[in-house]
Design a protein around this ligand. Structure first.
Ligand code: PMT
Length: 334
């Protein structure tokens, strides 16, 4: 991804003033950015605003270079029409019939979307993410430390690779950026996630189950807030939730199936066991005992297990990069 060339076309709307900061973010992420100012942008910004960041605006860019329009609604115009042939185009801000739009804060995702090879074109991938919430009463629930970051990374990177993505997610601690090809289905508890997954799995070529699904749920959910008056202890009967991964493994035909294994010890033994028992094609085992891997951190250390093949230990990676490595294997297998 580093040193990938990109053009940033700057228009005259309100968001034009944010363009130097946008360019700086792209450069810091390793993109080689060429900035083109429309006449309308020049009324608001001088090239000096970019020179401060070490960027010299240009008048034309090479044919076929991926283009980000900032802001989308204003930058589309004169300069675009003068380009000999357009590369892929994405806008920041307003969506348009001509090109997809991303929120300004998602500029790095827009750049990834523009520059990624379409390894998963024409494929539909179902992904689960986040924790589940198992309700005890109207104000209390059982949950876990998953933020959804790993699952969101898988979903956004898969969409960048050209897949149609169906993301079924529990209550997320993080925002899932809207982007082309990505549909989100919010759910709450494990049973609801199971139903949502089975409602859509027939559309999918692959399913990647990254959610941290509760294994147990309260047998009864109280309709009113439970009162503590007169109680020194409370025993809550719990019952098993459906195992979504195992239920997909039992389908025939079934999609290419990727499971996760969150382990604190004996990673390999438990991952191999899940691969066989839940009838998966691939298991991503993450070491959740390490402080920089697993739940609620931006990085993950994953070992990939497949049937009859040696394990692939990935180094400590940003969750987006770990997702890219997993999805490359999925694309190869499909
Ligand atoms: O969300 P983050 O903060 O980024 O954290 C990411 C993560 C640590 C949650 C993620 O990388 C991860 O490991 N997800 C799976 C966590 C887990 O619940 O593992 P498990 O060993 O309990 O489950 C094994 C597999 O079965 C998983 O694919 C899980 O989605 C699936 N499962 C489990 C129980 C159940 N009832 N249904 C399921 O589908």
């Amino acid at each position: 991804m580093s040193t990938f060339p990109l053009a940033l076309f700057v228009g005259g709307g309100l968001d034009a003033c944010a363009a130097p900061a946008v360019a700086v973010r792209l450069i810091a992420a390793g993109y080689e950015v060429q900035v083109v100012l429309t006449d309308a942008a020049r009324q608001l910004l001088t090239p000096a605003a970019f020179r401060l960041a070490g960027i010299e605006p240009v008048d034309t860019v090479p044919a076929g270079i991926p283009i980000i329009l900032c802001p989308a609604d204003e930058a589309v115009g004169l300069r675009l029409e003068t380009l000999p042939s357009l590369g892929r185009v994405a806008g920041l801000g307003q969506a348009s019939a001509a090109f997809p739009a991303f929120a300004r804060e998602d500029v790095l995702l827009a750049a990834r979307w523009l520059c990624s090879p379409r390894l998963l074109a024409d494929r539909t991938i179902l992904i689960t993410a986040g924790p589940t919430a198992e309700d005890i009463d109207p104000v209390r629930f059982l949950t876990n430390r998953s933020t959804g970051r790993m699952g969101i990374a898988l979903a956004t990177v898969a969409a960048c690779l050209g897949a149609r993505v169906i993301l079924v997610h529990g209550p997320l601690a993080l925002r899932c950026p809207p982007m082309p090809g990505l549909e989100t289905i919010p759910v709450r508890g494990a049973r609801e996630m199971h139903a949502a997954v089975h409602g859509r799995v027939h559309e999918c070529d692959a399913a990647i189950l990254c959610a941290a699904v509760a294994d147990f749920t309260p047998r009864d959910t109280a309709g009113q807030k439970l009162k503590k008056t007169g109680l020194d202890e409370l025993t809550l009967p719990l019952v098993r939730t459906p195992d979504i991964l195992a239920s997909l493994g039992a389908l025939s035909p079934r999609p290419y199936l990727v499971g996760f294994a969150a382990e604190t010890h004996d990673l390999e033994r438990y991952a191999q066991d899940k691969l066989e028992r839940k009838n998966c094609d691939l298991i991503c085992a993450n070491d959740v005992a390490a402080a920089d891997s697993g739940f609620a951190v931006p990085t993950n250390r994953i070992t990939i297990f497949r049937r009859n093949q040696p394990p692939i230990p990935l180094p400590l990676l940003d969750k987006e990069e770990a997702a890219a490595r997993i999805l490359e294997l999925v694309a190869q297998a499909l």
